[in-house]
Design a protein around this ligand. Structure first.
Ligand SMILES: CSC[C@H]1O[C@H](OP(=O)(O)O)[C@H](O)[C@@H]1O
Length: 367
């Protein structure tokens, strides 16, 4: 996407041909800064501390983390150590494991002298593939928005609610949930996005709002608890969210609070779609509530808030009483019965084993 007229991806190899640049999303929305990754430890920290976040971008960063590890040591043991370091950073987004499996496959049985080039090539392919997957998700999701727009009075916007940030900042480019929104906007379809702030890390308020604002897409930031009220009053035509891991049966793991939105959508007859790149499908699990590991992060993410003062300083304040215990569950699972459809790069799938198998027949039975 463009930022002030300059095209960006969220991750790229610098002119030196080996170091990796990323946008530091912990500084946003008030600072747009990049950070250079030079070691596998840099890549692991960037994922763990959420300088980069979003399932596809986590995978892409891990892929380049393997490249940076190989620069120091191209032995089998070093590849295994890099995988062990990276896989431990964040447990829920399956793209992390998927990308590391892809890198292991690309390097398996390859002579040591060829490994570094092969690793950078595969990491670049993973990034390019993600861009095309997201572009395709955009095209398939656009049709849903067009269908709703056709039933509305001319000029009235399609109101779309989204949760957290499943935008281009969560991927290499385009985003998953936001790709249809960008394409509809660029097609001249009136759209308006309700952007859940998404406590406690506020990815919606600080990242989705920033993205949409820079692209000129009309949007409104709302507290997480507002969505149900808006749906009750007919102010949401469609929900589109992202996912960090979707099971082979169609259960959807996504940012905490997604399940509650899906319940409200179900209760109010609002279509609830999930933008789902195929690398985010975990074909090895079927019951998301029972089988998907839910990351628990530091309670300080809940008890503290960081923002900009009127004077322009960036400050952090504590909002809970000293000594109050704090729990910080980062994801939840929406059972497939509350999902209207899964917008994949191959089309919209029914949220069921049969629905996903119909679009991805080559995966059936491979786990
Ligand atoms: C396109 S994946 C976006 C997905 O990732 C986010 O989680 P986090 O910011 O913690 O990495 C959120 O669940 C988004 O829906």
């Amino acid at each position: 996407m463009k930022v002030d007229g300059k095209p960006y991806r969220t991750i790229w190899v610098n002119g030196d041909g080996w170091s990796v640049e990323i946008i530091d999303q912990t500084r946003m929305p008030h600072r747009f800064e990049t950070v250079t990754l030079k070691t596998v430890a840099d890549a692991a920290h960037a994922i763990k501390a959420m300088l980069v976040r979003g399932a596809p971008l986590i995978g892409a960063t891990a892929a380049y983390g393997v490249c940076l590890a190989l620069r120091e040591d191209d032995s089998d043991e070093a590849i295994d150590r890099a995988r062990d370091l990276l896989i431990e950073t964040r447990p829920t987004a399956v793209n992390l494991r998927w990308a590391l499996d892809e890198m292991r496959e690309a390097l398996r049985n390859r002579p040591r002298g060829e490994r570094l080039e092969a690793a950078y090539r595969r990491a670049a392919e993973i990034c390019d593939e993600d861009v095309e997957i997201c572009r395709s998700i955009g095209r398939h999701g656009l049709k849903l928005i067009q269908e709703i727009a056709a039933k509305k009075p001319a000029g009235e916007p399609v109101n779309i609610l989204t949760h957290c940030n499943a935008g281009w900042l969560a991927t290499v480019d385009w985003g998953t949930a936001t790709a249809p929104m960008y394409m509809a906007f660029e097609d001249g379809i009136p759209v308006h996005v309700w952007a859940d702030e998404t406590r406690p890390r506020n990815q919606g308020a600080s990242l989705t709002a920033w993205e949409l604002g820079h692209h000129g897409v009309p949007h409104t930031v709302i507290a997480d608890n507002v969505g149900g009220h808006l749906m009750q009053h007919g102010q949401v035509d469609l929900c589109i969210v992202g996912t960090d891991r979707t099971t082979a049966s169609g259960d959807v793991c996504n940012k905490i609070g997604t399940y509650l939105k899906a319940l409200a959508a179900h209760d109010n007859g609002v279509p609830f779609y999930v933008a789902l790149p195929s690398p985010t499908i975990d074909w090895t699990v079927h019951d998301g509530v029972k089988e998907i590991p839910i990351e628990q992060r530091s309670g300080e993410e809940v008890s503290r808030m960081t923002g900009r003062t009127a004077a322009g300083a960036i400050e952090t304040v504590t909002i809970t009483p000293d000594g109050s215990p704090v729990a910080n569950y980062a994801f939840d699972v929406t059972p497939r019965r509350y999902v209207t459809g899964l917008i994949t790069e191959r089309g919209v799938a029914e949220p069921s084993p049969e629905g996903l198998a119909a679009l991805f027949p080559e995966r059936v039975g491979r786990g």
